[in-house]
Design a protein around this ligand. Structure first.
Ligand code: BMA
Length: 334
């Protein structure tokens, strides 16, 4: 064997290309940054404001175990966060009884037609988690629409534009037979119907068996809606939350064009492996760089902090082309 060949054997080569690159400053937000007492900060919705500021709408858990939302703003999306001195959006169980046990895991969609941000979040009711929706222009005042999907349902985001005249919402109802991603349509954001199964959890030993859910809002590309979703694997030592990738047709978003078999990002770093809930990476938001290719993915790590990973849309699509397929099997027993 020649010397270069031996050298190659000794180098540890990754067999899976790293598609999401962790920021060296991770975790970028922890409870130590907060201007008031909290237990933990994680699972943040993200958006760019008109002036280019990155806004994260963070899930804050207090020591009662109940969550509310708090905004953090930064000019570079990495550090120098200006955090609201008080909670930005608190549960309002008097008017909205479904929020009695808190509000969690927001996703933000800027809707050009409305010139407003639509925030969808989990409202934790006595009957379990449901989906609520609120509109805002500035993340100071909110117009609440209340619960739009009854329990058990969560992991929701609105598409930024109408599809064939209707608003489209991705969500994840839970049934005893499995938790799959569904899409529903509405003429007015209040009344929802035409429910369709969008992506099924797989079965058996798969990393995304039994329970999947939308992670950040879908990313619109010329090839289709690029969807990062989480799969939950139940193991004897607890759950493992990892991310997978799929692509859906632009004008018919319930149609899956490509779905990768392998997960592309999972808990590896210490702050993802260890926390209040070990082994969790849970993105709820992203922002795009001006190059139109770099996506900044903000994720909750181990239900304790917020971290950032970057990816290239082009590389994600290339990976799907090489590793995805478009199986159209539909179970009767969803
Ligand atoms: C999910 C959601 C997330 C959480 C994750 C891990 O069901 O509730 O908010 O990060 O579990 O605990």
């Amino acid at each position: 064997m020649t010397a270069p060949e031996t050298a190659l054997l000794n180098v540890e080569r990754p067999h899976y290309p790293p598609l999401l690159l962790r920021h060296p400053g991770n975790p970028i937000l922890t409870r130590k940054h907060w201007p008031y007492s909290i237990n933990s900060v994680f699972n943040a919705g993200a958006t760019l404001l008109q002036d280019g500021t990155t806004l994260l709408l963070c899930r804050i858990e207090d020591r009662r175990g109940l969550s509310h939302l708090c905004a953090a703003r930064s000019s570079n999306g990495v550090d120098g966060w200006q955090i609201d001195r008080e909670p930005t959006l608190m549960p309002s169980p008097k008017e909205y009884p479904e929020e009695i046990w808190g509000i969690e895991d927001p996703r933000i969609t800027f809707v050009p037609e409305l010139q407003k941000y639509v925030v969808t979040y989990t409202s934790y009711s006595r009957g379990g988690p449901g989906v609520s929706l609120a509109l805002t222009k500035d993340f100071h005042s909110f117009e609440r629409y209340g619960v739009i999907m009854p329990p058990d349902d969560k992991d929701t985001a609105l598409l930024p534009r109408r599809i064939n005249g209707y608003w489209a919402l991705i969500h994840r109802p839970m049934t005893p037979l499995g938790s799959h991603m569904w899409i529903s349509y509405s003429p007015d954001l209040h009344h929802w119907g035409r429910h369709r199964l969008m992506l099924e959890a797989r079965r058996g030993a798969w990393w995304d068996a039994n329970k999947i859910g939308l992670s950040p809002p879908p990313i619109e590309t010329s090839r289709g809606w690029l969807v990062l979703y989480h799969g939950v694997r139940h193991t004897p030592s607890g759950c493992l939350y990892r991310l997978g990738l799929a692509l859906f047709e632009l004008e018919n978003p319930e149609k899956c064009l490509l779905r990768g078999d392998s997960w592309i990002f999972g808990p590896e770093a210490d702050y993802e492996r260890n926390g209040d809930v070990n082994n969790v990476v849970f993105p709820c938001g992203y922002t795009m760089d001006p190059d139109g290719d770099t996506v900044n993915i903000y994720y909750g790590a181990a239900d304790c902090s917020i971290a950032l990973a970057r990816a290239s849309i082009r590389a994600l699509l290339q990976w799907l082309d090489a590793n995805g397929s478009c199986e159209r099997r539909r179970s009767q027993d969803v």
